[in-house]
Design a protein around this ligand. Structure first.
Ligand code: TK8
Length: 338
């Protein structure tokens, strides 16, 4: 009897010390429940990476930090979640850079079209000093920017007709992300740009409140836009990232150890997500074709024409966002091109 009791005690003590060692000297880690929201559905790149993040954090913290993930904008659209984080009523989220531009205007640079050619260039710039500096700027606004996930190169879908040249956009009501740059760019291309939160997009397409939208193929597939959008035009007109965010109000209540663990888990989720996104893009194209989407690729000559058409708007927003910032971005892309 005594012996069993002693053994049990020993086992408990050992298990406890293992857990503490696993949690990297985290004596001061309190049990936490972190609500993590995202806009796409559970069966998407965001959903898979959110679950990876939650698992990573639970592992790193020896089970003390628990994350519950909420997909399909069930905690709100990107814009609403941003406000909830600022107010400290939600802990974490992932969302697009576009709506962040209303708080830190510099995030609008990622809506300038035809900057990046490859995802490698995007990784280099986002993980480099420029990407870091933009994340830092969020702190004064009540948000902690942790890492960039890949949303990806965006392509166009619509329910009216194939878009082969810019003129085909004439009269197309096109949903765009909510900032001035995205709006200006698509109006310059001839579309009738309508800013709208992503969470309202499927219904708007289905009811024909709008005719089209633009997103990476991974999202066109996971959000089932193929059900309501017969035409897909490969434009790769812009590469947009997602940002992993924490509420600054909440972040400041965490211990240094807890903050470190979240940062570690964030980096792990980023690496997982980018790999998954790139593998999934290839699969998504097949699925879209299987579902009968008519796909066309815009020719290089036509892309050059589109570039010319948007140039005045790009010049205008370069002035507004900061010519030095845009120059630095272009220089970093050149450097990454080698
Ligand atoms: C999801 C959005 C989405 C974005 C958009 O909440 O709004 O079109 O591409 O991924 O952040």
């Amino acid at each position: 009897m005594y012996k069993t009791w002693k053994h049990t005690l020993l086992a408990v003590a050992m298990a406890a010390s293992c857990a503490v060692a696993g949690a990297a000297a985290a004596q001061d880690i309190k049990p936490r429940l972190i609500r993590f929201g995202y806009g796409l559905n559970e069966d998407s790149v965001q959903g898979r990476a959110a679950r990876h993040l939650a698992q990573e954090l639970e592992k790193l913290s020896g089970g003390k930090m628990k994350m519950k993930t909420f997909g399909s904008a069930s905690l709100g659209s990107d814009e609403q979640m941003q406000s909830a984080l600022v107010g400290g009523v939600q802990e974490m989220m992932v969302g697009s850079t576009a709506p962040l531009a209303t708080m830190v205007k510099e995030f609008g640079v990622f809506d300038l079209p035809f900057l990046f050619n490859t995802d490698k260039e995007a990784d280099a710039v986002l993980d480099g000093p420029l990407g870091e500096r933009l994340l830092k700027k969020l702190e004064a606004k009540g948000l902690v920017g942790l890492v960039y996930w890949e949303n990806g190169f965006r392509n166009l879908t619509n329910s009216r007709h194939p878009v082969v040249k810019a003129e085909d956009l004439q009269g197309i009501k096109l949903r765009v992300m909510q900032n001035q740059v995205a709006l200006g760019v698509f109006n310059a291309l001839g579309a009738n740009a309508v800013p709208m939160p992503f969470s309202e997009l499927f219904t708007a397409l289905e009811t024909r409140t709008v005719d089209g939208q633009e997103n990476p193929v991974t999202t066109i597939q996971s959000s089932k836009f193929y059900e309501v959008q017969p035409y897909l035009t490969m434009t790769r007109h812009v590469y947009t990232p997602w940002v992993l965010l924490a509420s600054k109000k909440w972040w400041d209540t965490l211990s240094a150890d807890e903050q470190k663990l979240i940062r570690q888990a964030a980096v792990a989720s980023r690496d997982f997500e980018r790999q998954d996104s790139r593998a999934d893009s290839k699969k998504a194209m097949d699925v879209l074709k299987e579902h009968g989407m008519k796909v066309n690729v815009v020719s290089d000559e036509e892309i050059a024409r589109m570039r010319q058409k948007v140039q005045p708007v790009v010049d205008k927003y370069t002035q507004e966002l900061g010519p030095d910032l845009v120059k630095e971005l272009q220089d970093e892309i050149q450097k990454a091109r080698g």
